[in-house]
Every structure is written in C-alpha cells, then in structure tokens.
Design a protein. Structure first.
Ligand code: FAD
Ligand code: NAI
Length: 472
C-alpha cells in the first residue's frame, strides 16, 4: 500500500473540508483532502452535499421554477405576452446538472492550485495519525500530524418508509424528479420541505405538507413566521401542522399515506412522497468508537471551542458536529480551524451567522428571535418596515413581506434582523456586517442607502427603531 506523510489530512471535501484544506495549504501546511463522492460516471465530485445534492442544485431548480412562475403568472402585468408557458423538466434538470459539474470541477481546480493532494475514496481512521483510504483496490495510507473529520450529514429516514428515490424520495430524489408530480406529499415543513415544495408547486404540483410540530417555523421570529405562513399557504402549499404520517403503502403509480392529526386518522393518495425531517451526522465506518471520539446522543461529534474532539490530534467541523447545518457556517469553521492548526487565532462568530430559506419571498435572519429575547428577559426595542411602502418593491411588483430590526433598549446595539421579502438572502448581509461590527440601529439609520433600492427598507426599519421612519 502507498504511504504518504502530511501535516494535515482532511476527510471530506464539502464546504467544511475543502475550505479547511485550502486554508491549511495557504498557511504553509502540507495537506491531503480525501473525499468519496463520485458523479454518475464514477469520477470524483468534490464539493460535498452542498455542491452535489444540496445548496447549489436546489437553488438552480428554485431559480428555474421562479422564472417559470413569473412568466406564467406575472409577465402579463408588465405587458409581456408569453402565450401558454410550458416546462421541459429534462432540460431544467440538465441545466442544474451542468451547474453542479462546473462547480465541482472548480473545487478540484482550487485544490490543485493550492497544492492540496486530493485523494478519491472512502477514509477510515486507524489511529490518531493514520488514515486508510479504500478506492477499488488502489488503497492508500495517509500519515498525519492532525486529522480533520468533515464528513457532513445525510437525511434522516423513517423506519417504515424506505427511500426508493422514485415514489418515496429524500432531498436528493426530490432534485431529480423526471416529471412534475400531480400531487406531492411532503413530511416536514422545515427548510428542505419548504424549498422543494416551492419548486414543484410553482411548476404545477398540488402540494400537501405534514408537519409534526404545532407551530410553523418555530425557530423563525414570530412576526416573520406568521407572514410566511399566510403567504406560503396563499401560494397553494397546504401545510398541515400537528400531523404525523403513520404509514405509507406504495401502489403501482401512487403512495397511500396514513396521517394522524387532531381530527383522527385519514388516508391520502399522492404520486410522490418527500421525507424531509432533518439530517444526521455522517460517521459510519470512520472507526470513531475505537479511537475514543465521543458523539452526542444524536450522533454528532462532540468538540470544544477549538473543534478538538475527545481524541488527541483529531478535529471535527461542519455538519458532522451539528449546530446550524449550513454551508457557510461549515466553511467558516474550516478556515478558522486551519488557522488554529497553523498556530493562528481563527474563530467563528456563531451569533452573526445568517440563515436563509429560499422560498419566495425569501426568509432571512441573523441574531435571536423576539420570542427568545423575551424568554431571556432582554430589554429590547423593535423597528419594522413593510415592503409595500417601498418604491423599488413596487417597481418590481414584489410588495409582500417586511423587515424587522431588534436593538438593545439601553445601548441601541443591533441584536437581530429578520426579513421576509424579495432578495432577503442578499439584504441580510447588511445586518450581518452590522452585528459582526457591533453597530447600533442609529449607525444604520445614519447610513446613506441608494434610491430606489430594496436596501432602503433596511434604512427605514433602522429609523423605525427610534420611531422616525419616513415612508410609513
Ligand atoms: P458535506 O457537504 O456533507 O460534505 C461531506 C463530504 O464528506 C462529502 O463529500 C462526503 O462524500 C464526504 N465523506 C463522508 N464520509 C467520508 C469518508 N468516510 N471518506 C471520504 N469522504 C467522506 N446550506 C446552506 O448554507 N445554504 C443552502 O441553501 C443549503 N441548501 C441545502 C439544500 C439541500 C437539499 C440540502 C440537503 C442541504 C442544504 N444546505 C444548505 C446544507 C449544506 O449542504 C450543508 O450544511 C453543508 O454541505 C455541510 O458541509 P460539510 O462540509 O460539513 O458536509
Ligand atoms: P429541518 O430541521 O429544517 O426541518 C425538519 C422538519 O420536519 C421540522 O419542522 C420537524 O418538526 C419536522 N419533522 C420531524 N419529524 C417529523 C415527522 N415524523 N413527521 C412530520 N414532521 C416531522 O430539516 P430539513 O428540512 O430536513 O433540512 C435539514 C437541514 O439542512 C436544515 O436544518 C438546514 O440546516 C439544512 N438546509 C439549509 C438550507 C438553507 O440554508 N436554505 C436549505 C436546505 C437545507
């Protein structure tokens, strides 16, 4: 077996792993990055869940279906006549696959440019200094001073619902449906459930979502969640809270779903059922228990503030350690850990990490919700602004939603920003910078914003914290 020595071996080339490997190399460390992902032609496809079956392909389909929905439902308002709109699903999927391919090739190129040794195959940790990689008989041993586990996550499954990626799908299957389902059933009204339901509903599917929780989007600020519930339901997504799927039977061309809610048990036929109930840590076959790497009750690897596991010389970052399972959080951990390994002082400000849900309008936030601040007895003040009062939102025909600021009542320091509205995913960046920089609401209220822009809504919400919004 081939044996090579490195300062650092990173297992996983998702947003956590490849960023960690590149940053290590930039800082002068010798690095290998191992990843098992293969494309349909059995070629390496680094980029992890995010690039292959997550952030990028889902946003490609969200963008395509958004264009379709605009042309089918709103183009006429602009005086644009399109005739009957048709969707070519095969072409839409081809476009998505091409974007994925371009970006995964890009990651390969970045690793090469930074002189990271990329190894394709399945890694197992044999000791705190030794990683074995299996790849069709061409096995390798990598010796390292430090090992970084960045193996990501995989969808949770329900015992009674085996995924076949045709009639019963997880998020990966939902990105590959060959035609628009007549009726799509979704288990879980979380981030994946809402995003994938949006794609297929815009293209014409009837969608029913069963959510076991009593509340819609409980981790989102209550004012934003209330508006989201109203807007998303008005788009035709039937969200049934407090509802549990008890069983499902596959028929030739449909799935019979048994649902239990306050009214009792009912039977519903759908032609495709998406299971989107959260994600679990990917730690199978790594050999963690033999090494003494502790995992919590849900299987996530336990780490300290420097991402050290309970085994000396072994670190973990990204989805595999739980917390917010987000690509940008994972990448920041990757870069910060690399800096720690190079004796620098990398850190991640989790309190200034944004969340985005890519429904339309988009939902985005940074910082604590009002309900959390209330339960923590924080003395705060709020300001808000509706998109309907904004000139640019009117010109775009995108008047649904609002921006809400929460600031400390005594110091005026910005505590959080919550948005539901057009391009919320981009607008939130101003709130992130403000919170990272410990700015006050007054700082943003005194910042000049271009006109006419959606960002003027941020300005007005900041002014409203002090009760002096001009346009509402
Ligand atoms: P991963 O991206 O999962 O990468 C882990 C890598 O490790 C994989 O390539 C895997 O093959 C490899 N690996 C695992 N075990 C081994 C082994 N033993 N040997 C070798 N290699 C191994 N996040 C956002 O921030 N924004 C979004 O819009 C967004 N959209 C999403 C949409 C969907 C449908 C899904 C499923 C997720 C989405 N996410 C999004 C979440 C995001 O994809 C994850 O948070 C992110 O990919 C985590 O990065 P990671 O590097 O920790 O793990
Ligand atoms: P999630 O945690 O966001 O939502 C799962 C939902 O399923 C919850 O509302 C939960 O109450 C519900 N649920 C759980 N068990 C259930 C059951 N048996 N029956 C009915 N409902 C049930 O998880 P999801 O949507 O699978 O996404 C996983 C993670 O992936 C997200 O938490 C997020 O971190 C990441 N992601 C991020 C995206 C983004 O940043 N835009 C997009 C997609 C995923």
């Amino acid at each position: 077996m081939d044996k090579s020595n490195f300062d650092v071996v990173v297992i996983g080339a998702g947003p956590a792993g490849y960023v960690c490997a590149i940053r290590c190399a930039q800082l002068g460390l010798t690095v290998a990055c191992v990843d098992a992902w293969s494309d349909k032609n059995n070629k390496p496809s680094p980029g992890g869940t995010c690039l292959n079956v997550g952030c990028i392909p889902s946003k490609a389909l969200l963008d395509s279906s958004h264009h379709y929905s605009f042309l089918a439902n709103h183009a006429a308002e602009h005086g644009i006549a399109t005739g009957q709109c048709e969707i070519d699903v095969a072409k839409m999927l081809q476009r998505k696959n091409k974007i994925v391919k371009t970006l995964t090739i890009g990651v390969k190129g970045l690793l090469k440019k930074n002189k990271v040794t990329f190894v394709h195959g399945n890694a197992a940790i044999k000791s705190a200094k030794e990683v074995h990689v299996a790849n069709d008989g061409a096995d390798q041993v990598l010796i390292a001073e430090s090992i970084v586990i960045a193996t990501g996550s995989k969808p949770f499954e329900l015992d009674f619902l085996p995924i076949d990626q045709k009639q019963i799908v997880d998020s990966t299957g939902a990105l590959e449906l060959k035609q628009v389902p007549k009726h799509l059933g979704v288990i879980g009204a979380g981030v994946i459930g809402l995003e994938m339901a949006s794609v297929w509903s815009r293209l014409g599917a009837k969608v029913t979502i069963w959510e076991s929780a009593e509340q819609f989007l409980p981790t989102v600020d209550k004012d934003i969640a209330k508006q989201a519930s109203k807007i998303i339901s008005s788009q035709g997504l039937d969200i049934q809270l407090n509802s549990k799927v008890q069983a499902a039977t596959k028929n030739k061309a449909s799935v019979s779903v048994t649902v239990l809610n306050a009214e009792g048990e009912s039977q519903i036929e759908v032609d495709c059922l998406l299971v989107a109930i959260g994600r679990a840590a990917n730690t199978e076959n790594l050999g963690l228990s033999d090494l003494g790497v502790k995992q919590d009750s849900r299987g996530f690897i336990e780490v300290d503030a420097q991402w050290k596991t309970s085994a000396d010389g072994i670190y973990a970052i990204g989805d595999v350690i739980g917390g917010a399972m987000l690509a940008h959080k994972s990448s920041e951990e990757g870069a910060a850990l690399a800096e720690q390994l190079a004796n620098q002082h990398g850190h991640v400000n989790y309190a200034a990490t944004p969340w985005v849900i890519y429904t339309w309008p988009e939902i985005a936030w940074v910082g604590e919700t009002e309900q959390k601040l209330q339960s923590d007895n924080v003395d705060y003040k709020t300001g808000s602004f509706p998109f309907m009062a904004l000139g640019r939102a009117r010109t775009m025909g995108e008047t649904e939603g609002m921006i809400k600021f929460i600031a400390d009542a005594n110091t005026d320091r910005l505590l959080s920003v919550h948005i539901i509205g057009p391009n919320a995913s981009e607008l939130i960046a101003e709130g992130v910078v403000a919170i990272e920089s410990e700015l006050t609401a007054e700082d943003l209220a005194r910042t000049v914003h271009g006109h006419p822009t959606l960002s003027e809504g941020m300005h007005e919400a900041a002014l409203d914290v002090d009760g002096r919004a001009i346009h509402f």
